[in-house]
Design a protein. Sequence first.
Length: 259
Amino acid sequence: MFKTMTPRSLSALLLSAFFVTGSVGAEIVKKSQSGICHDSYSSYYNRTKNFSSFDTLHACLNSGGELPKNYSGPGVKATVSDATAEARREKRAFSTLYDRDAWPHWSDHDGDCQNTRAEILITRSAVPVTFTNKRNCTVKTGRWIGGFTGDTFTTASDVDIDHVVPLKWAHGHGGQAWSRSKKERFANDPANLIIADDGLNSQKGAKGPDEWLPLAQPYRCVYLQKFVTIVDKYGLEFVNVEKAKVKELQLACSQVVDM
């Protein structure tokens, strides 16, 4: 026999369903910590455990999220088109699908086999560098100061050449409309490159200064200034909530300087 549900038990069941799905009878869309929007058509949906929830894919995309690579859920073209049009009407950033290959980086413009990474390591080493082979293409050792911590590194493989303004961040804040040549110039601009601990670079990911800054002073203020300078140099734009946070951070840095 089936038990008759009381109003109280029915409410509890509905409430439970809401927390599981985000709304009764509908699956939530999960925005992962890396900013990817996963609905039930995404192969990563069930594997995404740490996320922000949205009622629709459209809403997730409008928050700045992106679709998984090779996503083929129903109505995706219309969803992306609607979200993009809405963002343009509201004059705010919207990140269309980001393809790192569309931003050529570590170029070798002079054809000497030393790409941008190698040249940054060579020019910023406090001592003459060594190479991994006789062709002198890839740097092996030197002495570098990490831009996030001030720590000293002597092995090239222990450091990343970080884009102060990440390529993916630039893409979503005006760079998606750039020509391929401008994207390449941005991706290889020494002013936008900093030597960094590889672990911290991974931690930073594609975050802007409103979401991530070096922990130690004065490195966070130097980093913040570099970020804003590159944004201005290339005509990128913070969205309003980012702009407010950046102004708050700049004020805090000016107070540190004045002390």
